[in-house]
Design a protein around this ligand. Structure first.
Ligand code: SP5
Ligand code: ZN
Length: 357
C-alpha cells in the first residue's frame, strides 16, 4: 500500500494548549506522525512517497481565500507588530452577539484580533512552521487522491496537522486546512461522481460537515463522542441531516460514554450502510484513532481489535479508499493502531504483538 508522507510536518511544533485556564503540553505533537511512519516502515508492506505540490486552487475551492491569506502571513504579522510570544493564541473571539444590531465591524489589524477572527478555540497555536506544514498536509492528501484515481485500491496520507475541524472560514481543533474536504472536492472535480466521507475521529468533524452541509454530491458520515459531552460541543447531533440539496447527505452517529468495540462496530455498520446506499466509487476516510480506550482526550473503550475490524468492514464496501490521518493521542500505541486499521483494510491479518504495555 502506498503512503504519502513528508517531514515538513516537523516544523509545526507548538508547545501548549489551554485547558481550564492553564497552559498544558499540547496533545497534537510531531511524534504522533513519526510513530505512525515508523510502524508502517517496519511492517514492510507500505511504500513511502513525498507529496506533490498542488498549489492554492484546491485550497480556495473549499476555504475562504482570506483565511488562506491570514494563515500565510500570520507569523510574520505577529512578529512585525511586536508580539513576542513563541506561539500565536487567540484570547478574544468576535461572537455574533458582540456586534449584534451594529452590523459588521472593520477588518481587524491587530494580530490578536485577527487570530480571534479566524480561530475558534484555544488549543490550536501557530508557530513559524505551521503554515508550511499545513499546506504540506493538504498536498499529501491531494497526492494520495491522485494515486487512487490512477488505479490504487487504497492509499494512506499521513496528514499532520489534521484537518476535519477546519471550516470554510474558520480553523481550530489542531486543524488549519481541511485536508479531507479539499481531497473530496478534488475527487468530485476529477471523477464527476458523488464522493462519500467517513469520519471516525473521536471528535465530530464540524468543519467537514459545515463545508458540505448544503451539498448533495458529497455525503458526510461521522461517528464521534456525543457533542452533548464532547468537543466541539456545538455540532455533531443526530438531527443534523444536511440542508437544501444536501438534505439526507449528512449522517451523525453520536457515541455514548464508554462505548465498547461491539457498540462502535454496530454504529460503523449503520454508517457504512448509508455510504453503500449513496452513489460514487470512491470513499474518503478521516481516520482518527482518538477513540482508543487509552486516549487521553476521549472517553470510549475501543481496543486495537476494533481498528482492524473497522478497516475490514470499510474494505467490504468495495470502493477505492483514500485514508487521511486525523487525531489520535495515545502515542505509545498510535502507530500500531493505525497499522492495524490499514491491515484490516488490505485484508491482511491483525498483529497485536507490537503493542507495548
Ligand atoms: C483533530 C482532533 O482530534 N482535534 C481535537 C481537538 C480537541 N481539543 C480540545 C479537547 C479538550 C478535551 N479536554 C478533555 C480533557 C480530558 N482529560
Ligand atoms: Zn479528534
Amino acid at each position: 500500500m502506498r503512503v504519502v508522507y513528508t517531514a515538513e510536518h516537523l516544523r509545526h511544533e507548538p508547545r501548549h494548549e489551554l485547558q481550564d485556564g492553564e497552559a498544558i503540553g499540547i496533545f497534537e505533537v510531531p511524534e504522533r506522525a513519526e510513530t505512525i511512519r515508523r510502524a508502517l516502515e517496519a511492517d514492510g508492506g507500505f511504500t513511502f512517497e513525498e507529496p506533490v505540490a498542488h498549489g492554492v486552487d484546491p485550497v480556495t475551492a473549499v476555504h475562504d481565500p482570506a483565511m488562506l491569506a491570514y494563515l500565510e502571513d500570520a507569523w510574520r504579522d505577529w512578529r512585525e507588530l511586536g508580539e513576542t510570544a513563541g506561539e500565536i493564541f487567540p484570547d478574544t473571539f468576535p461572537l455574533p452577539a458582540l456586534r449584534e444590531g451594529m452590523g459588521p465591524g472593520p477588518e481587524p489589524h491587530s494580530p490578536r484580533a485577527r487570530v480571534g477572527r479566524w480561530c475558534f478555540d484555544t488549543a490550536t497555536p501557530m508557530v513559524e512552521g505551521t503554515y508550511g506544514a499545513a499546506r504540506s498536509a493538504v498536498d499529501a492528501a491531494l497526492t494520495a487522491a491522485d494515486q487512487m484515481l490512477e488505479g490504487e485500491d487504497a492509499v494512506y496520507a499521513l496528514c499532520r496537522p489534521p484537518g476535519h475541524h477546519a471550516a470554510r472560514a474558520m480553523f481550530g481543533g489542531y486543524c488549519f486546512f481541511n485536508n479531507a474536504a479539499i481531497a473530496a472536492e478534488h475527487l468530485v472535480g476529477r471523477t464527476g461522481e458523488p464522493v462519500a466521507i467517513l469520519d471516525v475521529d473521536y471528535h465530530h468533524g464540524n468543519g467537514t460537515q459545515q463545508i458540505f452541509y448544503a451539498r448533495g454530491d458529497v455525503l458526510y458520515v461521522s461517528l464521534h463522542g456525543d457533542p452533548d459531552r464532547a468537543y466541539p460541543y456545538f455540532s455533531g447531533f443526530a438531527d443534523e441531516v444536511g440542508a437544501g440539496a444536501g438534505e439526507g447527505a449528512n449522517v451523525n452517529l453520536p457515541l455514548p460514554l464508554g462505548c465498547s468495540n461491539e457498540e462502535y462496530l454496530a454504529n460503523l455498520d449503520r454508517g457504512l450502510e448509508a455510504i453503500g446506499a449513496f452513489g460514487g466509487s470512491v470513499l474518503v476516510v478521516s481516520l482518527g484513532i482518538d477513540t482508543y480506550g487509552r486516549d487521553p482526550i476521549c472517553d470510549l473503550s475501543l481496543t486495537t481489535e476494533a481498528y482492524h475490524e473497522a478497516g475490514k468492514r470499510v474494505a467490504a464496501l468495495g470502493r477505492s479508499v483514500l485514508v487521511l490521518q486525523e487525531g489520535g493521542y495515545f502515542v505509545p500505541h498510535l502507530g500500531q493502531n493505525v497499522r492495524n486499521w490499514l491491515l484490516g483494510l488490505q485484508g491482511r491479518p491483525r498483529d497485536l504483538s507490537l503493542l507495548s504495555s
